[in-house]
Ligand binder design. Structure first.
Ligand code: MG
Length: 160
């Protein structure tokens, strides 16, 4: 296996009135939240898939099936930690992450540094190695209709 590997992940969760919204391990006060088997943290799920994808180890559904009671309502920071443990067990470390969140509301700019800090802690990297960008869909599609939130992530793994 190469010493440098690239990974990509993508996730979507449906939104519903009255449910909690957690993105990047940070609770975001809002009228709607994620419909999910776990806490529905789209960004962390995209990151898990990017970590697994970099090593061609399948996807989050393979490692943490949503049919399992163990993962019901689970804090996705635990999923990210467990995924990172798999990466470490293969001898790899995270280089840097670039990610994108797509949601209409609320504005999440003020939460981005808290998300970067949380992710950096879990993956044992510096906050400067975690990029989180955010955009709306200009009212288009399911994101524009505030029916869902989308996230994607690209990252680099390396072996010393
Ligand atoms: Mg998910």
């Amino acid at each position: 296996m190469n010493k440098i590997r690239i990974g990509y992940g993508y996730d979507v969760h449906r939104l519903k009135e009255g449910l909690p919204m957690t993105i990047g391990g940070v609770h975001i006060p809002h009228t709607k939240g994620m419909v999910a088997h776990s806490d529905g943290d789209v960004l962390l799920h995209a990151l898990c898939d990017a970590l697994l994808g970099a090593l061609a180890l399948g996807d989050i559904g393979l490692h943490f099936p949503d049919t399992s009671d163990e993962f019901r309502g689970m804090d996705s920071t635990i999923l990210l930690k467990r995924t990172y443990d798999i990466v470490r067990s293969k001898g790899y470390t995270v280089g840097n992450i670039d990610s994108m969140l797509t949601l209409e509301r609320p504005k999440i700019r003020t939460y981005v540094d808290a998300m970067r800090t949380r992710i950096a802690e879990i993956l044992e990297i510096g906050i400067e190695d975690v990029s989180i960008k955010a955009t709306t869909k200009e009212g288009l599609g399911f994101v524009g209709a505030e029916e869902g939130v989308e996230a994607s992530a690209t990252l680099l793994l390396f072996k010393e």
